[in-house]
Design a protein around this ligand. Structure first.
Ligand code: COI
Length: 355
């Protein structure tokens, strides 16, 4: 913390890092951007390794109009959260998993990536510098958004000559405007999110703009979001625009296997481990959309979404409804996961990292 304080003072002597809390209405947090004080920035050239990152004031960045990210979409992002415990200390949840996922994605997108230690250190520095923006215990979390982009100029299609890794933060509450009310999803009939051999399995920025049109349409019809099917058979569940999907039938919890077209969610993986620990049979496999017809429960998982109950899925013009409320499998898994993340439950898995 002292070297961080020194680097911040060099950057901006008027900082107010000692204030305990920022001026935020913590009861009204949604998932909108609340700009915080600082961001972490680190650059490197193609063929080299990331070395010296630093904390800068949060703000606009300068980017060449011909940068790889703006012209050809050479970019990846990550998402993780920091929670404040009741004793005031701050917990990160499995940050090395995000670091490793970024490395896998960077390899696919021809980008250099920070080491796991550099990534985790960047996240810690960004949270530490923005500590006063971490909501009080029970009021939400500080969402952390690492970005890796091709920032150097390039005209012909080729990897960018320079890369920038940045990490900024924003305090957040519930992701969906529904709050914690059950979601009403609609299966996309015409659009697909990913194809075999493409980038659906990594957190490429290019996976997200194409879902805006079906998502906007679905929202205009009153749905919360869109559930995608595979693009080859057009019958197996893949994922929702911003989260993974699970289907519960009796004691069995099924979720699409990560075969390259769906994101390897860290919440997904954690929920699978928690559910197995409770004795549920968890199956990672092809899950047919027909299984939506007689499921007991459906729920979504993601860093932003956490564990969200699905009240209905509309598929092929029919609306299927599911169990929701406090006595559900998803609610049990949600309580355990958030209990570990916020330090209310003992972390037997060693998933949390205190800052
Ligand atoms: C996350 O859950 O962290 C994501 O990256 C999803 C995003 C669309 C908010």
């Amino acid at each position: 913390a002292s070297s961080l304080q020194a680097s911040i003072e060099r950057d901006d002597s008027s900082c107010r890092i000692d204030e305990e809390y920022a001026d935020v209405n913590w009861d009204e947090l949604g998932f909108g951007l609340v700009p915080t004080d600082y961001m972490y920035v680190m650059k490197c050239s193609l063929g080299e390794e990331f070395t010296q990152g630093k904390i800068n004031r949060y703000g606009k960045i300068e980017l060449s109009p011909s940068s790889g990210v703006l012209n050809y979409g050479q970019g990846l992002y990550e998402g993780l959260k920091a929670y404040r415990k009741t004793d005031g200390s701050i917990l990160l949840f499995r940050p090395e998993e995000n670091a490793r996922r970024l490395q896998t994605g960077a390899e696919r997108m021809c980008m250099p990536s920070p080491s796991v230690d550099q990534f985790v250190d960047a996240v810690k520095q960004a949270v530490q510098a923005n500590r006063r923006w971490v909501p009080p215990a029970g009021k939400g979390s500080l969402y952390i958004r690492p970005l890796l982009i091709g920032s150097g100029p390039i005209l012909g299609l080729a990897p960018s000559p320079e890369y920038t890794f940045m990490t900024y933060t924003s305090p957040v509450g519930n992701y969906f405007k529904e709050g914690s009310a059950p979601l009403n999803l609609v299966v996309a009939e015409e659009f697909h999110r990913a194809t075999p051999g493409g980038t659906g399995g990594i957190k490429s920025i290019t996976n997200y703009a194409p879902v805006l049109k079906p998502q906007t349409h679905a929202k205009s019809k009153g749905f919360s979001d869109v559930l995608y099917l595979d693009s080859v058979n057009k019958r197996y569940l893949e994922e929702v625009s911003s989260c993974n999907i699970f289907v519960v039938k009796g004691n069995t919890i099924s979720t699409p296997a990560t075969l390259g077209t769906i994101l390897s969610g860290i919440t997904r993986k954690s929920i699978i481990e928690i559910a197995r620990g409770y004795g549920y049979q968890v199956e990672e496999r092809l899950v047919s959309a027909d299984e939506l017809m007689d499921a007991d429960e459906v729920f979504c998982t993601g860093t932003a979404v956490v564990v969200a109950q699905v009240g209905s899925v509309t598929y092929g013009g029919r609306r299927f409804e599911y169990g929701t409320g406090a006595a559900t499998v998803s609610q049990r898994l949600h309580s355990t996961l958030t209990g570990i993340q916020t330090g209310l439950l003992e972390d037997k898995m060693g998933w949390t990292v205190e800052i």
